[in-house]
Design a protein around this ligand. Structure first.
Ligand code: TLP
Length: 350
């Protein structure tokens, strides 16, 4: 059987035997009664790590973002975020559907925008305008290339947002990748935001779950919204145990994923037909294109890779994303790169 090397996302990891043992041993209770000791411990621990008063375990990164938006806004408000954000492209227009808010997409540089963009986008207090209410920072930035926001830029955006009376939410689905790559602590990143969400089910290798942190009052409201969305769970400790295991064992190793991404970028850059966007990817994502190819041609190449056991995400219009994670080894990266380069060489020049 072909050995599959799955680079479509860091969401594809499966729990390790040790993580499964932690899941099996988890002490549980009914979390809607507030009686799951493992969930309670995870929430307290994460709140402390993030320097916030409280935290809430949620089912997914999207749910964490949407709960945050609903708690920070009222219908008719507007939120500001980079135009290439996850919540713009991949959350099914949930801000409009769930919170009744509009999104104003800012023109960031690989997902990063500055205080001047926020200042220019904040609406005047005028009965014609939506009320600008929330700024969302995605860090690391997915479609931007796994980009890490410079911490000074986070601080500057946060400062202007607060001056203008806007709240700040950080979509930190992969914030631990930024922590490991920069050495800047989670609480420092989070200090510039009113709420922060982090995923356990991506590079950290847990099967399910994300967490949202903020003030005590914010999290009390978030708990109600989570219930409204059908996201309150019962013996969720079996999932929280995996998340706790990930906090204990899978953070430092993200550095390996980053090294693998750099290796992959350098190997792919050697192929004449492939155009790698960043030779030194900042975290665990490599974005590249098949030079001059149409969407259909890129799909054809992706099918050839798949036939040889290498799965890569074609994000559209000839742009590919390969993501490194816990389930791909150094050798896998070398094998995958060789197959990708060989197959791309069989494509006609476009
Ligand atoms: N991203 C997924 C896909 O949805 C694209 C991926 O494979 O990268 N914020 C960011 C920045 C994300 O990248 C994602 C997931 C989420 C939020 C949502 O997390 P989930 O999938 O748990 O809802």
């Amino acid at each position: 059987m072909t050995h599959i090397i799955d680079l479509r996302s860091d969401t594809v990891t499966r729990p390790t035997p040790a993580m499964r043992a932690a899941i099996a041993a988890a002490e549980v209770g009914d979390d809607i009664f507030g009686e799951d000791p493992t969930v309670n411990r995870l929430e307290e621990r994460f709140a402390a790590l993030a320097g916030k008063e409280a935290a809430l375990f949620v089912s997914s990164g999207s749910q964490g973002n949407q709960i945050a938006i609903k708690c920070h806004t009222s219908p008719g408000d507007e939120i500001l975020c980079d135009a290439n954000s996850h919540m713009v492209h991949y959350e099914t227009a949930a801000p409009a559907a769930i919170s009744g808010v509009a999104i104003r997409g800012l023109d960031g540089d690989r997902g990063v925008f500055g205080p001047e963009a926020v200042a220019a986008a904040v609406r005047p207090d005028n009965i014609h305008s939506p009320r600008s209410r929330l700024v969302v920072i995605e860090n690391t930035h997915n479609r931007g290339g796994g980009t890490i926001w410079p911490i000074e830029q986070v601080a500057a955006v946060s400062r202007i947002a607060r001056e203008r009376g806007l709240a700040i939410h950080m979509d930190g689905a992969r914030l631990f990748n930024a922590v490991v790559a920069t050495g800047i602590a989670l609480r420092e990143w989070a200090s510039h935001a009113d709420s922060v969400s982090v995923c356990f089910s991506k590079g950290l290798g847990a099967p399910v779950g994300s967490i949202l942190a903020g003030s005590r009052d914010f999290i009390a409201r978030a708990r109600r919204v989570r219930k409204m969305l059908g996201g309150a769970m019962r013996q969720a400790g079996i999932l929280a145990a995996a998340a706790e295991y990930a906090l204990d064992h899978h953070i430092e190793r993200l550095a390996e994923d980053h090294a693998h991404a750099r290796l992959l970028a350098s190997l792919l850059a050697a192929a004449p037909g492939l155009e790698v966007e960043t030779l030194t990817p900042p975290t665990n994502m490599v974005y590249f294109r098949l030079r001059g190819a149409t969407h259909a041609e890129a799909e054809a190449l992706s099918a050839r890779w798949r036939a040889r056991g290498v799965l890569v995400n074609h994000t559209g219009s000839g742009r590919f994303r390969a993501v490194t994670h816990l389930d791909v080894s150094h050798d896998d990266i070398r094998v995958a790169a060789r197959i990708m380069v060989e197959e791309s060489a069989t494509m006609p020049p476009f």
